[in-house]
Design a protein around this ligand. Sequence first.
Ligand SMILES: Nc1nc2c(c(=O)[nH]1)N[C@H]1C(S)=C(S)[C@@H](COP(=O)(O)O)O[C@H]1N2
Ligand SMILES: [Mo]
Length: 333
Amino acid sequence: MRRRRAIKGSPLERDVTPEPLFLDRRRMLGLGAGFAGTGILAGTGILAGCGSSPTGLRWPTGHRVEEAPASPPYPVARNQRISVPLPPTPIAHFESYNNYIEFSAQSKELPKSRAQALPLRPWTVAVDGQVHRPGVFTMEDLLRRMPFEERVSRFRCVEAWAMVVPWTGFPLAALLALAQPMGSARFVAFRSVSKPDLMPGMSVSEHFPWPYTEALTIHEAMHPLTLLAMGAYGRPLAAQSGAPVRLVVPWKYGFKSAKAIVRITLSAQRPDTFWNSLQPEEYGFYANVNPAKAHPRWPQHTERLLPDFRRQPTLPYNGYGDAVAGLYRGDEH
Ligand SMILES: Nc1nc2c(c(=O)[nH]1)N[C@H]1C(S)=C(S)[C@@H](COP(=O)(O)O)O[C@H]1N2
Ligand SMILES: [Mo]
């Protein structure tokens, strides 16, 4: 891929994270303004014109937090500026063709029936590590306090199939703002729930480095396109889709988007992650969708779009290059 002059001195090359960015909570919650100020989104097409916030909906003001219903008001307003103008994959296909290796390492169909055994409440997400204010959030906390919106995104698995999904969620940056990352935090790790008794795939693949984990750089994690989803298609996520809360990073291969998250840990060092530690040649740490990068098992220049698996070209960064290419030098994989 062509080296881009504009990326010199990109966030990845910087050792020191600009702490004031994280400490100014007011600015952080107005994500658009905060990010525009850093230059990370300079020249972006997809996010241009977002105004002071890329999020379409705030919890109605005037509600005392503890009185607010613990559910986003489905359907949540769509953020048109971030959404792609494509017809969503039918929900029946989204909810019955799944990768969820804890439930089955082989089958795309078994997660749907097996995942129903997973209790989705009570459920908490811990946010810890290099943060000034570590915390444990219940799902009700998140539903009351986070700025939910709907956004229609492309989703691309490294196995070369693709979907278009209307997610309901909130920018991960909004949750990280509450935890106040330290200047030393350079990576954000995600840990999926681990319940071997309920998850038959875990014992079939017992040599795998459970639990399922993934990670992003702090700059990827703070990017407005990085979503924590609790719903899709205007309703709460199905268990097999990663309920009650999962990551969605639309410019990366799907394995980065960890399901059923229970812990988010900020660190100075890059953490080991599940697929990358098993097969680094097949599952790069960055895993940005890249049609030009050969893959040992799946050619990446085209993809098959659900529901009919029509073949179409794959786009660099899954079509989100204008918004995210500035995060990279171009040789990350
Ligand atoms: N915990 C966990 N998260 C996971 C996976 C998994 O096996 N376990 N599979 C990943 C992969 S490879 C993909 S493509 C997506 C699939 O999401 P979907 O089933 O909603 O399409 O989830 C990702 N998140
Ligand atoms: Mo995947």
